[in-house]
Write a protein that binds this ligand. Sequence first.
Ligand code: ATR
Length: 279
Amino acid sequence: MDYKLGLIGHPIGHSLSPWIHAQFLDLAGLDGEYKLYEGDHQQLPKVLKHLKQEELDGFNVTVPYKQVIVDFLDEIDEDAKVLGAVNTVVSVNGKWKGYSTDGAGYIRSLTEPFPNLLNKNTSVLLLGAGGAARGIYRALIQQQIGRVDIANRSANKAEQLIASMRLPDIDSQVLSFQEAEEQLANYDLIIQTTSVGMKPHIAKQVISLANLSADAVVSDIVYQPIMTQLLQDASARGAAIHHGHAMLLYQGQLAFEKWTGHTLEINHLVDELEKKLRG
Ligand code: ATR
């Protein structure tokens, strides 16, 4: 069977997903293609109609359509429903079902290199409360992590994030960046999900790591540049670091699993993609 896969979004000309899924198809020994279907907001209904006609087996959804895609689906997975965002669509007999693989993909990317990091005693500090933070927060809570606090520029967005998850018994506090800096030594894992530090503002760092525990892991979902200012700082302080491109690979691995039923061993691709990104 020739798999017909793809990505919708705008702009997506520089997306790494075609490269990633070409590797996956190759690893799985499957024939298929992963194409880019770009269109602006006005063109979206037409683009989606085209995907239906082409009988795609599935596709990814990226910015700015992760929310609006919901209106075009026949079914939505429970997690995606709560998150209000879909990044993966699976077609079964022409019916489209939406999922969000970002959070679970992030967890997989983290537990591969750090298998013992996440448990009921782990304290996590999440920096940011946007779309990416929502998926990661929910996936962390589902792993029954000890506590997950959120620091965000706008506190109300972090409050809303926690309230919207509809999960009882969450040990979560909202902090200012200053409070997060002061209490940093309490955390085993710091996850940076804001756009701060992303190219071209590579000298920016969302919080100071002066009080970081040397036993902590610092994770940054920004992957352009691959070595953000925050990760450089963490590394200089003796902490272990986790790069953002691994999340991209593992959310893709989960999508690929849903489309083809193949669970792939993709650890080696983390290094390969890193090399590609370093250029
Ligand atoms: P994504 O889907 O990639 O998470 P998003 O939903 O736009 O993107 O969220 C961006 C996140 O980066 C938010 O947490 C945002 O903070 P606010 O909620 O206060 O807007 C954060 N962010 C963006 N620019 C920032 C900056 N200069 N300083 C601090 N936080 C910033």
